[in-house]
Design a binder for this molecule. Structure first.
Ligand SMILES: [Zn+2]
Length: 381
């Protein structure tokens, strides 16, 4: 077995669906994992997409019904399938949910092709090769950490969205992206864990830190030495001015209350939100990042929320309230988010900053040890 094949990743592509369409260039097998030995059914390749449907608790693929709650669709070489029109590499796992009325679709893919689909989605492929390599090592480490920490408790390791790392499949791949993946083959970042052992850690990264990266403890709640936050003079020269300094965003007060209640029903006891106050912030001299917010309601009761949670509850896209380096003020019947800097949660490597460092001739290793101080690059396969 190829060493890298030991590192397969399970990516959640679709969840709680009742049907989808799949197309493959080559013939494919369907393995019924509930049978011993597993039962294989072969399908010839089809020019038209085939329908996969769930009805009466059973999956039907191209008209053939299976009794198993767990199937693997395995296209032959070049091992590419298209799901609802988007191409991915590897295999497809179909798992019926415990309710019996919906199923999840999971991509089983070796780590390196997975990374090729991530790097090209997370960073422009025309950026400096050393920035792309730093991104590849950070993405590889992050993915393996999440897989080890959460994957054992669920049917998948990572989501294909910003909740983990954006993964757009084959269309995100390109020669520069594959070079970055291959040139860093098997390389990850490690640091000393609280128990004294050396190991991988969650190498978070975000688009534009705004001038200083944030301590992970204030955003994700975990504290590893390399995630304490560093000054970043590099992203300002790379990011577009309107990304670095983002324009005022406004949301109706009623919208803010509704969205917060939807995400955090326990806040309903506060009544309509009347005050949004900074409770804790990281001060960086000329600017500061809100990290904890005090919410006061019409009943006079109050509660606290992490600033990053508040931001993404009010603006789930994160494209209007781009970061928590901002001021929050009342503006007639609206809440205004002013004087904003940066884009993203700000923890770990600043992607635009990585590009800035690479432009100054820094290597991938220098970029990584700058943004994750105290860490080192190690080859694990
Ligand atoms: Zn930065």
């Amino acid at each position: 077995m190829d060493a890298a094949q030991r590192y397969w990743i399970r990516v959640l592509l679709l969840s709680n669906i009742t049907d989808c369409s799949v197309q493959t260039a080559s013939y494919f097998n369907v393995t019924n994992l509930d049978e011993l030995p597993p039962l294989e059914t072969s399908f010839s390749s089809l020019e038209e997409p085939i329908k996969i449907k769930l009805s009466a608790g059973k999956l039907t693929i191209a008209g053939r019904t299976f009794t198993s709650g767990k199937l693997i669709v395995y296209p032959n070489e070049p091992h590419i399938f298209s799901l609802n029109g988007i191409e991915y590499r590897g295999k497809l796992e179909l798992i019926i949910n415990p309710n019996g009325s919906t199923f999840d679709v999971i991509n089983l893919v070796p780590l390196e092709p997975y990374l090729a689909g991530v790097i090209g989605s997370e960073m422009p492929d025309y950026w400096e090769p050393e920035a792309l390599k730093a991104q590849a090592i950070a993405a590889r480490t992050y993915c393996l950490y999440i897989k080890n920490r959460f994957g054992t408790k669920r049917n998948w390791d990572v989501a294909k969205t910003q909740a983990n790392q954006v993964y757009l499949g084959v269309k995100a791949e390109s020669a520069p992206v594959w070079n970055a993946v291959n040139d860093t083959y098997g390389q990850v970042l490690t640091c000393r864990h609280p128990d004294g052992a050396e190991g991988i850690f969650p190498t978070y990264y975000s688009s534009v830190c705004g001038g200083h990266t944030e301590n992970s403890k204030n955003v994700f709640g975990d504290s590893f030495g390399p995630l304490a936050g560093v000054a970043c003079p590099y992203c300002k020269d790379v990011a577009k001015l309107t990304l670095f300094f983002w324009p005022m965003a406004q949301f109706a007060k009623s919208t803010v209350t509704t969205r917060l209640f939807q995400k955090y029903p326990q806040l309903k006891q506060l009544g309509e939100i009347t005050d949004i106050l900074p409770a804790e912030q990281s001060n960086y001299g000329t600017f500061s990042r809100l990290t904890k917010i005090k919410l006061v309601g019409s009943t006079g009761k109050s509660d606290f929320l992490r600033a990053e949670d508040l931001r993404l509850s009010i603006d789930p896209t994160g494209r209007q309230i781009q970061s928590t380096i901002c001021q929050i003020e009342k503006w007639d019947d609206k809440w205004a988010f002013l004087a904003g800097r940066g884009w993203g949660h700000g923890v770990g490597m600043c992607q635009n900053g990585a590009q800035g460092m690479a432009r100054h001739g820094k290597t991938a290793n220098q970029i990584l040890t700058y943004y994750y101080p105290g860490s080192k690059v190690v080859k694990i396969y």
